[in-house]
Design a protein around this ligand. Structure first.
Ligand code: GLC
Length: 679
């Protein structure tokens, strides 16, 4: 029996998270065999050097998976002890070469250890020197992100294997960009492919970004004539989702796997905005592959990944939706490929947990909805969506449902899983009850009494009836309804936000009746929401004083342009998914046909302007990748409704039950009205 040893070191601001394992593994090029009792000292030295040297992740930072311990016996793991700062022993059992279940048990054992590293990690200052490192390490440290070094050291025979993720350069599973040559001639698609689809596939292929020879994502826009691409030459997490779906539905899975793993690596990146470090689970809004001179070599270059966590973004907006999209895409990858091994990996499980920890951490919140700043999602500029915007809540709900399916349940995650269940339950209740408006509800609000002080208040948020906007009085149809954009004390944002409403349908955040009604509303308001180009990002636009006050007079967000009532073709794939779920694919077909008439001719714009989406957006990028991919994904989803069904969720009655039980047990003062919120 050989001994496995894990060393968890939390350090100062890292340039990357490093997983060390195997025979002659090295830490920044220095053999880890030398790591012994004074490992903390050594690592602090190495780390100090490395931090000075690099701020990027380079190809050399391999993505390794430490989930297989090839030993049938009991094994001991040596991990950092948060109390002593020294090593202590953990033990676990692992079966080699057993069934999937068996190997999973092995995963659990190490998963516990690995995640303990993070939980026990202590933050220390970037400029820490060797002397004070141990003090800080032991005492709890300064406010800087930890570097987590996870190491499984083997016995003399090095029986612990690292399983490579398949993204290592020249590794056996390497994805060659040439594989995408096929896309030029999509022969795999059985039906006749139209000229416009052919063009779309070619453009999508051209947008592929590779890192160390492997495809890892797609740029946001790829217009050769654009002299000022700003950050549109980067891979955005949210933008890549439709690209990923198009690739997955076509059987091109490696790019998606690579994307998921590389962005995961960026999660524990150094991130500071003016001396402040956001939470460790934060995913970047985007990343770029840069070529930089190789340290110490003459004229040689290496590729590095350079993430943007909002520190360079216009307005310094927080990419709250990135982590949620990442989780949703991870689930989609498993569902479509059947490769569940990816989500079971220790590092991936830890990634999910970090994102969830960030979302579920306690704050001053009174509601189960996620509290965010303005512009923290697709609408990444000031648009009055701070607080509890629907888009974030719907993605949050979808990510929680995804995580519930993917998280490995063990002693370490049991509390988290319980928290997820409770949050799911409370969140859907809250949204169904308080965000929903239809004719009846608006009439109720119209007659609200205000200034009610009691737990039994009908008008809980003290909404003044005068807030009902004039446009809504005429706009709300007799049949149908929707979820409002935002809810805060004395404030209901009655604007219709498309992405949030679509994801409420897709994830069953709304009741089945509500979901049906949302689609009914879209159908009856077709001219307003689809117009000449699907799909309005929100309706209606902010105008005059409201525009001036709420957007700050943003010239890019003028009425009926960009985020302020502009039309975004990328929303099409999400609309398609919602339609398929609700048994109305014909509606989606109608919208896709509308888009198909113009997208290619107009050179695949990012967005359209005017009330009916007639003009190409004022500052719209052309050859926008998520426009292209969204169109392709819509087409493929319509052709493969059974595949589409893997991507949405039905009502979960167990969750409804949880809510009733939980309230009952804690002796809630009022009877849970959860079931009332059901259709
Ligand atoms: C704009 C959009 C944002 C998108 C990015 C890249 O900033 O507002 O949603 O992710 O462009 O396309």
């Amino acid at each position: 029996m050989s001994t496995s040893c894990c060393i968890g070191i939390s350090t100062m601001k890292p340039c990357c998270r490093i997983l060390i394992g195997c025979k002659s593994c090295s830490f920044f090029g220095i053999s880890t065999r030398k790591l012994n009792h004074s490992v903390v000292d050594n690592l602090s030295k190495l780390r100090s050097k490395s931090v000075r040297r690099r701020r990027y992740r380079s190809c050399n930072s391999r993505i390794a998976e430490y989930i297989r311990v090839i030993d049938q016996d009991r094994r001991a793991f040596c991990v950092s002890d948060p109390n002593s700062g020294k090593s202590s022993l953990f033990s676990g059992v692992h079966n080699r070469g057993t069934s999937r279940r068996g190997s999973k048990r092995g995963v659990l054992v190490i998963a516990n250890v690995a995640s303990d590293f993070r939980n026990h990690s202590t933050s220390v200052e970037a400029h820490v020197n060797e002397k004070n490192f141990e003090r800080i390490y032991v005492q709890g440290g300064l406010n800087v992100k930890p570097l987590v070094v996870e190491r499984i050291e083997t016995g003399p025979d090095d029986v612990v294997k690292e399983q490579e993720s398949g993204v290592e350069v020249n590794g056996p599973n390497t994805v060659n960009v040439d594989n995408f040559k096929d896309l030029k001639d999509p022969i795999n698609v059985e039906r006749e492919v139209s000229e416009i689809e052919r063009e779309a596939w070619r453009l999508l292929q051209d947008s592929v970004v590779s890192y160390c020879g492997n495809p890892v994502g797609t740029v946001a826009a790829n217009d050769p004539a654009d002299k000022q691409p700003l950050n549109y030459d980067q891979v955005f997490i949210r933008d890549f989702v439709p690209s990923a779906l198009a690739f997955l539905l076509r059987g091109e899975t490696e790019i998606v796997k690579n994307f998921l793993l590389h962005t995961l690596q960026l999660q524990s990146w150094e991130k500071t905005v003016d001396c402040h470090s956001p939470g460790q689970g934060l995913m970047p809004a985007s990343f770029k592959v840069r070529t930089v001179p190789l340290d110490g070599s003459n004229g040689a270059f290496e590729e590095v990944l350079d993430p943007d966590f909002g520190e360079s973004a216009i307005g310094r907006v927080a990419p709250v939706d990135s982590g949620l999209w990442w989780i949703i895409l991870l689930r989609a990858y498993g569902k479509i490929t059947g490769d569940y091994g990816l989500q079971e990996r220790v590092d991936v499980q830890t990634g999910i947990r970090l994102i969830l920890n960030l979302c579920l951490s306690d704050g001053f919140d009174m509601f189960p909805t996620l509290l965010v700043t303005d512009g923290s999602c697709m609408i990444d500029r000031r648009m009055g969506i701070h607080g509890h915007p629907l888009e974030i809540q719907a993605l949050f709900y979808s990510a929680l449902r995804s995580s519930r399916e993917m998280l490995t349940v063990n002693d370490n995650t049991r509390t988290l899983v319980a928290a997820i269940n409770n949050r799911l339950s409370a969140l859907s209740f809250h949204i169904r009850e308080y965000y929903w408006v239809d004719m009846k509800k608006i009439n109720e609000i119209y007659r609200y009494k205000t200034e009610e002080y009691s737990t039994d208040a009908i008008n809980k948020f003290n909404i003044y009836p005068d807030q009902i906007p004039a446009w809504l009085v005429d706009w709300i149809p007799e049949e149908g309804g929707y979820l409002i954009g935002n809810l805060q004390p004395a404030h209901m944002d009655f604007r219709f936000f498309t992405l949030g409403n679509l994801w409420s349908i897709i994830s069953s955040l709304g009741t089945s009746k509500q979901n049906e009604d949302i689609l009914n509303l879209i159908e009856s308001k077709w001219d307003d929401l689809m117009g000449q180009m699907p799909l309005k990002i929100c309706y209606p636009a902010l105008e005059y004083e409201e525009w001036r006050i709420i957007t700050g007079g943003d010239p890019k967000n003028t009425p009926w342009s960009y985020h302020n009532g502009g039309s975004w073709p990328t929303l099409l794939w999400q609309f398609t998914l919602a339609c398929i779920k609700m048994g109305k694919p014909d509606l989606a077909e109608k919208a896709v046909a509308l888009a198909e008439k113009r997208l290619g001719v107009d050179q695949w714009p990012e967005y359209y302007d005017t009330r009916s989406g007639r003009f190409i957006g004022k500052q719209s990028r052309l050859f926008q990748t998520w426009t292209i991919a969204g169109f392709l994904a819509s087409k493929m989803l319509l052709e493969n409704p059974e595949r589409a069904s893997l991507l949405f969720w039905e009502e979960d009655y167990e969750l409804l039950q949880t809510c009733v039980c939980a309230l009952g047990k804690t002796g809630g003062r009022r009877k849970c009205t959860r079931f009332a919120a059901r259709s």
